[in-house]
Design a protein around this ligand. Structure first.
Ligand SMILES: [Cu+2]
Length: 653
């Protein structure tokens, strides 16, 4: 036996088995990282395939061109700290070996480091993503050697996009071009919208300067009549665009607005992300917290305790919840909670802290101020991977609802009975929730579906039951092939369209819900009395986070963040005030914009580090202080209550 082994070793050494090892060698490896943009970094370990930045556009590291029959690989080899997945989002119609959905476990969580490999046989365009962090993209073009251009193929399938999926969509259709455009914006920090502190700047994103072959609905080639993809996409999306320096609202807000500038880098640490505090009374930046001492990693979402003293800060690309002092920015604790902690909220009745584990199947419950971990509340069966993202806690503290990204449903957990009351099917990849101030109804934004599920809660004898009442289709007025929009919305006549919706909170007075749509860069306002879309406002690329804060003198602002921009948008959903019709959000306006970089630093600005890149970029979680939602506002200390109006202190009758 020993001799046989020795003989085999000799044969390997002589290269006799080199054919099989050559077949297994991937043309490209996409390694997951925590770095903004290049989350699937095309590995330089093999020279073939990765499109160099001088061709793809400086900063673009997630694009590959390979040949039919090549193998591509996805791996977590130590640059990422938490669980990610590799999932096929878009691929040539009926392509072999598609679709797939695999976990990429990092060495830190016990992963073996063995890459997942798949052979791509059919020429055309493939886009892959992480369905835990759904803006992590990789793209592969499998090029047909018989044509001089790069081949996107005739049609593609998107099995998880819209209910029932999309099959056979032309590659030159509006929706595919929007996804390709978004890929090149999101994965390349140089293509993010960099607003100036004063005057104007040009936003001129770059795309690969190569000829591409795509086809329209009649099977005719359409892109080849343009010089290259750079010229084509730039023309199609009317770029370059002029960016005006953000002008803040005239009417101040109350307190502070914290924004997770999740991609902003500091020279004192290797992982990206800061929490940026804006003084809502003058809309200047007063604090940037990067927590270099713990190498804070991708801060995603925040909440505070009932006294508004601490910031609970999730680290979505990591496994811990950081807690820091809101005034000083000093770290208080860093608690290991589990894979990909996404969102955090408190319970109004006891100030306990609840953190969703986006890479797991639970919401972690901590004692107030995160002094101890109580338990993991399972939101699915013990063997399920539900992947809850942005949960919401009811105003009375009795219920919690989660959007389960991996099981396409929503869990309603009832605290008095300590059990799951219901699981309601939603659309594809539910990502965020928002609840009415009387806990009568909640909204679930379905990311890949571009729908919002409206779920009614009926409580009898202390037991809630949930019923799907309506599905609001944000793409109802949109033709994915031509891009035609059949309906415009108030107040500025923008198309009534929202694609890839994310955060969707309901206003503290329960009159409207506001949704941030990441693909269309639009903000949708939903009238909660009719559950219809009543307004559409412009947003920035990667439009993502929304929360309501108090407007000085009465009413609310909806503060909106965008991943691929360095500004925050301030929406006034009721500029003519409560009691003056309309009060349903249909006259919502963008009241102003706030630059999130240190160029907008105000008096007394403080920070625990020096910004070294992606300044002000990566806007995700938003937390206005004080928290003015029904149930929380009543618990505020008197000094905060003194800043609010009687209506704000009692937002819902
Ligand atoms: Cu991920």
């Amino acid at each position: 036996m020993k001799n046989l082994l020795m003989a085999l070793y000799s044969l390997f050494a002589l290269g006799v088995f080199s054919i099989s090892t050559a077949l297994a060698e991937p043309a490209v490896t996409f390694q997951v990282t925590d770095d903004g943009g290049s989350w699937f970094e095309c590995s330089p370990s093999t020279s073939k395939g990765c499109v160099p930045e001088e061709v793809a556009g400086t900063g673009e590291k997630s694009l590959a061109v390979v040949s039919p029959g090549d193998t591509i690989a996805f791996a977590s080899l130590g640059q990422a700290n938490t669980l990610h997945t590799a999932v096929s989002l878009m691929f040539p119609h009926k392509a072999k070996n598609m679709p797939f959905d695999v976990d990429l476990v990092p060495p830190l969580l016990g992963g073996s480091g063995t890459p997942f490999t798949v052979t791509v046989k059919d020429p055309g365009l493939y886009v892959f993503f992480c369905d835990i962090h759904p803006y992590m993209f990789a793209a592969v073009i499998v090029d047909d050697p018989s044509t001089p251009e790069l081949d996107l193929g005739h049609t593609v399938d998107l099995p998880r996009v819209t209910s029932g999926g999309i099959s056979g969509l032309p590659t030159a259709s509006d929706l595919v071009l929007r996804l390709v455009h978004t890929f090149f914006i999101v994965t390349n920090p140089k293509n993010w919208q960099n607003y100036p502190a004063s005057g104007t700047s040009q936003w001129s994103p770059s795309y690969p300067a190569v000829q591409v072959l795509a086809f329209d609905a009649n099977g005719n080639p359409v892109v080849t009549n343009q010089p290259d993809l750079n010229a084509f996409l730039g023309g199609y999306f009317h770029e370059p665009k002029t960016l005006n320096a953000p002008i803040p609202p005239v009417t101040p807000g109350v307190g502070q607005v914290w924004v997770d500038t999740q991609f902003e880098k500091m020279s004192q640490k290797t992982k990206p992300g800061t929490a940026t505090a804006v003084d809502a009374t003058n809309f200047t930046v007063v604090s940037k917290v990067g927590l270099p001492a713990i190498n804070m990693n991708n801060p995603h979402n925040m909440w505070t305790d009932k006294n508004q003293n601490v910031i609970y800060q999730t680290q979505w690309f990591d496994n811990a919840l950081a807690v820091f002092d809101r005034t000083s920015g000093k770290l208080l604790t860093n608690v290991q909670v589990g894979p990909a902690p996404a969102h955090v909220m408190t319970r109004t009745n006891n100030d306990q802290v609840h953190i969703s584990l986006n890479g797991g199947n639970a919401v972690v419950q901590l004692e107030p101020l995160a002094t101890a971990i109580d338990r993991n509340i399972l939101v699915g069966g013990p063997d399920e991977t539900t992947h809850p993202h942005a949960h919401w806690m009811s105003a009375n503290g009795q219920m919690m609802v989660t959007p389960n990204a991996d099981t396409d449903d929503s869990t309603l957990f009832n605290f008095p009975t300590d059990s799951i009351a219901s699981r309601t099917p939603t659309g594809n990849l539910p990502i965020a929730t928002g609840m009415m101030p009387d806990s009568s109804k909640y909204y679930v934004a379905n990311f890949l579906d571009s729908t919002v599920s409206v779920i009614q809660i009926t409580t009898a004898s202390g037991i809630p039951t949930a019923t799907l009442r309506k599905t609001i289709n944000l793409l109802a007025n949109y033709d994915p092939i031509s891009g035609a929009v059949s309906k415009t919305c108030p107040p500025v006549g923008l198309g009534c369209v929202g694609a890839l919706p994310i955060q969707t909170p309901v206003s503290p007075n329960g009159k409207y819900a506001v949704t941030a749509n990441t693909l269309t860069a639009t903000i949708t306002v939903i009238d909660t009395s009719t559950d219809t879309i009543v307004a559409t406002l412009p947003c920035d690329p990667g439009c993502h986070g929304v929360q309501f804060g108090a407007k000085k003198g009465g009413g609310y602002y909806a503060y909106v963040s965008s991943k691929s921009s360095n500004e925050m948008i301030v929406v006034d959903p009721d500029p003519n005030g409560a009691g003056v019709a309309p009060d349903n959000g249909s006259n919502a306006i963008v009241a102003g914009r706030v630059l999130l970089t240190t160029a907008n630093a105000g008096v007394g600005f403080q920070s625990d580090g020096t910004v070294s890149g992606n300044a002000g970029m990566g806007g995700q979680g938003v937390l206005p202080i004080p928290v003015v939602y029904n149930g929380w506002v009543q618990n505020l200390p008197t000094n905060w209550k003194a800043k609010l109006t009687a209506d704000q202190l009692k937002p819902f009758p």
